[in-house]
Design a protein around this ligand. Structure first.
Ligand code: GLA
Length: 372
């Protein structure tokens, strides 16, 4: 559309194997980059305008880098222009560019279409300006953009996996230090994602409200234990000791986060020793905790998990991502994975009249230039 030579970049969506709502508590997560991408074609401009066109929505937006007066807004363009603004604010002197965006990560499905858009756009803007930043720096800049310009107080998981994902591996990420370790996936079991087709909306209040509950817990617990900076620093025994000081809801939120961090460590060990049975059990426990203590599941996600539990060859299943809709992830014996897909689609359709999209997880690379 711009009649210009362009370079093409792509960043992946992600699915989180385990470690939900732990990232903004400086805890641990194990996401995988998926082979669903946001694509950005980019060419530099001679002026300071960033011009973006969304192929999906057939809409355009632009911003002048010399007048960064972006308002907080819940519009797709905030993810792109917000990143341009955040890059500038971080000291990266990017120039103007024309960007053509096409997303293949389903939106509102909990597969992180927004982070993949941010990272693809951010990388494209850097590259077309002849600049570079480390993947971790780019992830932080994109998270800043989402927090400040799109109004979602998300953690760092999605941007980190979109930047640092690796084909065939999951990534165990320490969300405090941003150090990560690559973990090979099971050789004889597959992860399968089922989309409930119920759209979530993280920028809506519930996500931010959960974060606020965690901050209340941290504040109260830090008064008793001065070393505490985040729920990451609290054990279940500590939580029980000071339970009376916390409002009941805040206590349950904290119990989820603390127990989930412990599950991530156990899940890492299960992956390392090739033990899908234990991993599956941890997934079921994670779901129960997200449903009962963190209260971010919904009827459709619970139903998908319940149906999966009754299908042969399934080790475990849980909601994945922020919740309130979106997807579940199930761990299934390799030989049973095809059967699983048709059985879960059938069961879910019977119960809800909705036909779920299903994806076999193939772990992919993070942000890349796509060379034709
Ligand atoms: C969303 C956020 C992430 C993370 C998950 C829940 O995807 O963007 O930062 O908090 O929810 O684990």
């Amino acid at each position: 559309m711009y009649a210009q030579e362009a370079r093409i970049f792509r960043a992946p969506g992600r699915v989180n194997l385990i470690g939900e709502h732990t990232d903004y508590n400086e805890g641990f997560v194990i996401p995988v980059a998926m082979d669903l991408y946001t694509w950005v074609a980019a060419a530099p401009r001679t002026d300071a305008l960033v011009h973006v066109y969304s192929q999906n929505l057939r809409e355009r937006a632009e911003m002048d880098l010399q007048h960064l007066n972006l308002q907080l807004q819940r519009h797709w363009s905030a993810y792109v222009l917000g990143v341009a603004a955040s890059l500038r604010m971080s000291g990266a002197e990017i120039g103007g560019a024309n960007l053509l965006v096409e997303g293949k990560v389903p939106m509102g499905a909990g597969l992180s279409s927004s982070a993949s858009l941010e990272v693809a756009a951010g990388y494209a803007l850097l590259e077309t300006s002849g600049l570079s930043r480390s993947p971790v720096e780019l992830a932080k800049i994109c998270q800043h953009a989402e927090n400040e310009f799109a109004g979602a107080r998300c953690g760092i998981m999605d941007q980190m996996i979109a930047c640092c994902g690796r084909a065939n591996y999951a990534l165990l990420l320490d969300c405090r230090t941003l150090e990560f370790q690559l973990l090979p996936l099971f050789s004889d079991a597959r992860f399968v994602v089922c989309n409930s087709m119920v759209k979530h909306d993280h920028a809506a209040g519930e996500y931010n409200a959960r974060r606020a509950d965690c901050e209340v817990a941290t504040r109260i617990l830090a008064e008793q234990m001065p070393g505490v900076r985040a729920l990451r620093d609290v054990s279940l025994a500590d939580l029980e000791r000071y339970a009376q000081l916390l409002p009941e809801v805040v206590y349950r939120r904290s119990r989820h986060v603390i127990s989930e961090n412990a599950r991530v460590q156990a899940a890492r060990e299960a992956l390392e020793r090739g033990d899908p049975v234990s991993f599956g059990r941890l997934m079921r426990e994670s779901h129960r905790s997200l449903k009962e203590d963190y209260e971010v599941s919904c009827t459709e996600l619970d139903l998908l998990v319940e149906i999966a539990g009754g299908i042969a060859g399934v080790y475990g299943s849980r909601m994945t991502g922020g919740g309130f809709g979106g997807c579940t992830i199930s761990l299934v014996r390799s030989g049973a994975a095809e059967e699983f897909q048709s059985a879960i689609a059938h069961g879910y359709q019977q119960a809800t009249d909705r036909s779920p999209d299903i994806y076999m997880v193939r772990a992919s690379d993070g942000i890349r230039e796509f060379l034709v």
